[in-house]
Design a protein around this ligand. Structure first.
Ligand code: NZQ
Ligand code: ZN
Length: 381
């Protein structure tokens, strides 16, 4: 095992932590607060941020959509450049935080911002940014990834750069009180699949990464089982912290990673507007069955250690069934129902997008070619 690991984001966890923001900003900060469609105006988060920034120069940019678009974000880039902004504060869920990462990077680049997503521009510098998390799911608040959509072409791509990792992340579980049930469920499912993308590959005897991944999966399973009794501080805090730890770099350090479920899922979102988490629940079970030749050992380990299943010839299949049952218990579908075309047309469209975006050898051993993606989709669409 060999890896280099650092997570430089300072976490401010707990009730009332928005008030700590001024002590964490650079002395000369001129801040752009970026947020989404206005949920923060309705739940008091905006007012808390405003109070925290009362002695600091700041302005705002709102309207970042779920699955943030480059088209909207480029308007924020123009503001950063023209107003001399030197710090970005993202206040929202994964979309606002990812969008802010794009704004931070594109503001230090004179070319076309989309070059960053196409890998034509390597990000080495960005406006420093921080996050006030309002939706636990993506882990974006303390990682270096961002996923951006180009609305014009229905293209959804990711980029990774240490320069856009948030300097600090405020995680106050109280902000979750106004989250609709659908978004809370999405958070559980997204975090679940994040752990699996780093855990369900091939056995590497990585005791720390495996053990921690299993602890996180057991937490998510338990939080799902407690969903009806979720209106309490402990449930909210445990989900917020678990979702963060699922994608902060630790469990993926030094082990193989998959991410094929995400890459195929992104196309379902780009084409049919499926919520990110729900796209993953559609793809994952079918993908695991398709890739069982390499994944069997770890899937069986998950069956034993996460679901408490007994050994037996069909342990891997029973584990996939347990994952499906977990999603169904949260009322999350494992079949694509959003497309209006025929099944064959939908599969052709998704595979066409994968090909166009270069997603032709996915998974921990690049074994998921377009042919495998097609087979996976046959069972999921
Ligand atoms: O826009 P507002 O008004 O804020 O409403 C949002 C949005 O409609 C609402 N919301 C957020 N916090 C709320 C709230 N409503 C009430 N009370 C609150 N406290 O929830 C809706 C969904 O928000 P969004 O940010 O889109 O959700 P999520 O956090 O699930 O982010 C999804 C995006 O993150 C990307 C996805 O692809 C998708 O674009 N991902 C980013 C990753 C990363 N950076 O590491 C990894 C993930 O795998 C994922 O791909
Ligand atoms: Zn995800």
């Amino acid at each position: 095992m060999q890896f280099s690991y650092v997570n430089p984001t300072q976490i401010q966890f707990g009730q009332g932590q928005i008030a700590s923001i001024p002590s964490l900003l650079p002395a000369d900060a001129k801040v752009l607060v970026i947020y989404g469609g206005g949920s923060i105006k309705r739940n008091g988060v905006y007012d808390q941020v405003k109070e925290a920034l009362k002695d600091i120069p700041w302005q705002e940019f709102s309207g970042v959509e779920p699955n943030p678009t480059k088209e909207t974000l480029d308007k924020a880039v123009a503001i950063v450049k023209s107003e001399g902004i030197n710090f970005i504060l993202a206040v929202g869920g994964g979309s606002v935080i990812d969008g802010s990462k794009y704004v931070a990077a594109a503001s230090h680049y004179d070319g076309e911002g989309w070059d960053i997503l196409e890998g034509k521009h390597q990000v080495t510098t960005a406006v420093p940014l921080a996050a006030v998390l309002t939706l636990p799911a993506t882990g974006s608040e303390s990682n270096m990834g961002a996923v951006i959509t180009r609305a014009e072409t229905h293209t959804k791509l990711a980029f990774l750069a240490p320069a856009v990792q948030p300097k600090f992340a405020v995680m106050d579980p109280d902000v979750m009180k106004t989250l609709p049930e659908r978004q809370l469920v999405n958070g559980i499912v997204d975090a679940w699949v994040h752990v699996c993308e780093q855990y369900l590959t091939f056995p590497a005897d990585a005791m720390v990464q495996d053990g921690y991944a299993e602890a996180l999966l057991k937490n998510l399973k338990r939080l799902g089982e407690q969903f009806a009794d979720r209106d309490n501080d402990s449930w909210r805090a445990n989900l917020m912290w678990t979702a963060n730890q699922a994608l902060n770099g630790l469990i993926g350090a030094g082990v193989a990673q998959d991410w094929a479920t995400h890459m195929i899922g992104h196309e379902l979102t780009a084409l049919y507007g499926v919520d990110h988490a729900r796209s993953l629940a559609i793809v994952q079970p079918s993908l695991l069955r398709n890739q069982m030749a390499t994944k069997q050992g770890k899937v069986e380990q998950m069956g034993r250690n996460v679901f408490g299943l007994a050994d037996g010839d069909d342990l891997a299949e029973r584990t996939v069934q347990a994952i499906e049952a977990f999603f169904h218990s949260l009322d999350v579908a494992t079949q694509l129902t959003e497309h209006e075309s025929s099944k064959a047309e939908a599969i052709d469209a998704i595979v066409g997008q994968l090909e166009q975006n270069g997603m032709v050898a996915l998974g921990e051993s690049q074994a998921i070619t377009l042919n495998e993606s097609r087979q996976i989709l046959e069972k999921a669409v």
